[in-house]
Design a protein around this ligand. Structure first.
Ligand code: JFZ
Length: 439
């Protein structure tokens, strides 16, 4: 063969090989969402508000979901929790009613957290709720069926980090403590195992909303074979939305970008502050714990939670609000009460949240804006501003009212519009002014 041809063949091969390696590490390059996925993204953005559920055997220790790591519990000790896990009061229909009453439209629940314990019936492992606990029932299946009955979408949180599986090796930043794991392991066998569980989650629970990944930050330089995993999910459930809590700009194959404990671009963990064009979501706790923590009584107030949701919407993002159910399967009253209050507020103000996108005015000192169907909603969150200045919107303002129809007086100036908030009609959480623009 002509050496020139030979060299160019080698170059082509090497380029191809490098591309495969790159694709495997960086995600599913070339992924094009199908129609069902695009529709799911629209639905997601319209839905705005979801319930995050951190539930696993760790709840028995009532110190949050990181207890295995924080208290340096060896695997053999941790496994002693399994015969004690019997959440006989788990009532998935009640959970769904609570979710709908709160004005939420989806649930994202832990299928497996960092402790490696599966809350569903897995065939690729017996380290799961059906095989190892006296309860013996697949809570994810029960919840999936209830969600179907109540019209609630279900997403699965799935931890890529695993403190239990022997093949999660070399171990990551959180793995080097005396867990009782062997000092060897086959990384790709672990990834096969994870794909095996994801295949189960994408096969046995009906149409799912998506997969919410977490934990690859534990081994930032590892080959996570994301492309293969993401393709598997999208092949089995094309509409399913993939997101990952890696705190970086989204990788190819991801369908939404998430933020943790902060608004888009302002969360404390982000390594990159870039906000993508994908649907956005931010998650937060009601107290300061994700998994059930008996002693954590620092509950956020209803006002703070409602304003969080409103600010998220104003920043074009969904709000995923967390509860950590108790060992018996119930949700503590402090959480339920706050969710019910949020739902009450949403029943009169939801029009300014659901189906909207971030408004034409960037977040201001007085609050945020959302928009839909030729309407702009001014969410006045500060209770000191009685007059607010709205910058020029490009189109004339036809009318301004509160959601209950009360007229809001305004004056147009060259620099924008001055709105006077009717003092008697103020909402202590968020006074919503609806502006209709001339179209
Ligand atoms: C992660 C989990 O560790 C946590 O238990 C919970 O599930 C939450 C929703 O997600 O929290 C993280 C993840 C990564 C960082 C911080 C918290 N990080 O990289 O700094």
């Amino acid at each position: 063969m002509n050496p020139f041809v030979k060299i160019s063949k080698i170059i082509i091969f090497m380029t191809f090989f490098a591309y495969i390696l790159y694709a495997a590490e960086q995600g599913d390059i070339g992924y094009k969402p199908v129609k069902a996925n695009i529709e799911a993204r629209e639905w997601f953005q319209d839905a705005k508000f979801g319930l995050f559920v951190h539930w696993g055997v760790y709840c028995l220790l009532t110190k949050g979901e990181w207890v295995m790591y924080r208290d340096v519990i060896p695997i053999a000790e941790y496994e002693k929790l399994l015969p004690k896990f019997n959440p006989v009061k788990f009532d998935p229909d009640e959970w769904c009613r609570m979710v709908k009453d709160a004005g939420m439209h989806y649930i994202t629940i832990t299928s497996k957290h960092h402790d490696g314990f599966a809350m569903f019936d897995s065939k690729v492992s017996d380290y799961d709720i059906v095989d190892r606990t006296p309860y013996g029932k697949d809570v994810l299946k029960m919840l999936a069926d209830a969600c179907e009955r109540h019209g609630v979408k279900l997403f699965f949180y799935h931890s890529q980090l695993d403190w239990h599986h022997p093949d999660y090796y070399p171990r990551g930043g959180t793995g080097n403590y005396a867990s009782g794991r062997p000092d060897s392991g086959d990384w790709y066998k672990y990834l096969d195992y994870m794909d095996g569980q994801l295949k189960e989650l994408c096969t046995n629970y009906g149409k799912i909303g998506g997969i919410w990944f977490d934990g690859m930050w534990d081994k930032p330089t590892a080959d996570w074979r994301l492309g293969k995993t993401y393709r598997l999910i999208h092949q089995l459930q094309p509409q399913a939305m993939i997101g990952s809590n890696h705190h970086r700009a989204p990788f190819p194959g991801e369908d939404f970008q998430m933020f943790e404990k902060g608004l888009p671009g302002k969360d404390p963990f982000s390594k990159e502050k870039a906000i993508s064009a994908l649907p956005l979501e931010t998650c937060e706790t009601i107290n300061n714990s994700w998994g059930y923590n008996e002693k954590d009584k620092r509950f956020k107030g209803v006002k703070e939670l409602i304003q969080y949701l409103v600010r998220a919407a104003g920043n074009n993002a969904n709000f995923l609000l967390n509860v950590g159910p108790r060992p018996d399967g119930t949700i503590q009253p402090e959480f339920k009460k706050r969710l019910a209050e949020m739902g009450k507020w949403l029943r009169t103000n939801g029009e300014s949240i659901y189906g909207t996108r971030g408004g034409p005015i960037p977040p201001q000192s007085w609050g945020v804006t959302t928009q839909k169907d030729g309407m702009v909603f001014l969410h006045v969150l500060s209770d000191t501003d009685n007059v607010i200045a709205v910058p020029v919107l490009g189109k004339d303002i036809k009318s301004a009212t509160l959601l209950n129809g009360t007229i809001v007086e305004f004056t147009n100036t060259k620099l924008g519009t001055i709105m006077r908030i009717p003092a008697k009609e103020r909402d202590s959480y968020d006074t919503v002014i609806v502006i209709r623009l001339d179209v």
